[in-house]
Design a protein around this ligand. Sequence first.
Ligand SMILES: *Cc1c(COP(=O)(O)O)cnc(C)c1O
Length: 353
Amino acid sequence: MNIEVTKRKRSRIKKVDFNNLEFGVDFSDHMFSVRYGEGKWGAPKIEPYGTIKIEPSLCSLHYGQVVFEGLKAFRTVTGKINLFRPDKYHERFNRSNERLCIPFIPYELFINGIKELVLLDQAWIPEKKGCSLYIRPFIFATDNFLGVRVSYTYNFTIITSPVGAYYKEGLNPVRLITSGEYVRAAKGGLGAVKTPANYAASLLPGEEAKKKGFTQVLWLDAAENRYIEEVGTMNIAFIIDGKLVTPPLEGSILPGVTRDSVISLANHWGIPVEERQISIEEVFAKAKDGSLQEVFGTGTAAVISPVGWIQHAGEMITIHNGEIGPLSQKFYDEITGMHYGEKPDLFGWCLTL
Ligand SMILES: *Cc1c(COP(=O)(O)O)cnc(C)c1O
């Protein structure tokens, strides 16, 4: 595959404080993009990161025909570059695309775009443990048209961003509050699709949660407002009596790659895994009888994010004294150990550049 590369004359990297990286505020020097139209992909290119020109009638601005992904590149302890499970993210990208009538993106286009971009901007991969280069591939419809229909043309773009910890809490436990009257996604809707609409639905509840002193919302199911779904940027897992319990993938939650990695590791370590419905009442009951040992979120951005407190219907439970639990720490250490090439890549998850 031939990618036309136009390099920036002078890097902007000196403007970035790599010792105090936040999540997703700095962008590396270049971006990748390729257009789709008349049933085929055009010529891919890499050019300096910068503004893109659009018309105000761009249909994806009005009707949200957009899908994105989020994965990471790591600088390993031996100086190599690891991409973590890029094939899984690609697979999910296309599952999302299918639901939103967006064309299939060939693996070659996806992986070569990422590889060339990351290699060109490799100085932007932070070396500090816990930091990485976040890769954001996304595709949006580009027909200029106000009727509601599927677009004929698309733009597939990849940008990258050097990042530190996703939550300012880092590995310190977060505080969650259940969704109350709000619903994120119903079965058959877009809950399993990585698309901006799900985030749009979560903004107001998220703001209200923050005003009350919580980090994020814990979403309950749309039908009964009872069963735990996810955290909106992370999937969620519970350690109950030594077992890993996590809600099943039944269409309203995002099939997380990190969730899948945690399940694989649990299986490998002989920890029983239950992918099943779990109600908020059960979580509270298990907290009270002492069998709820740990709760944590899983997602590419934070990897593992321990949950210390959950509030529901005016009542609050504290998990593991508001401290990270041993299994949460073990999953975090194992997965990040693979990222940086410090632990054996047990399942061949890393693509080393
Ligand atoms: C991306 C995302 C997750 C986490 O998935 P990972 O593949 O582990 O990053 C969870 N929930 C939602 C809604 C997401 O968009």
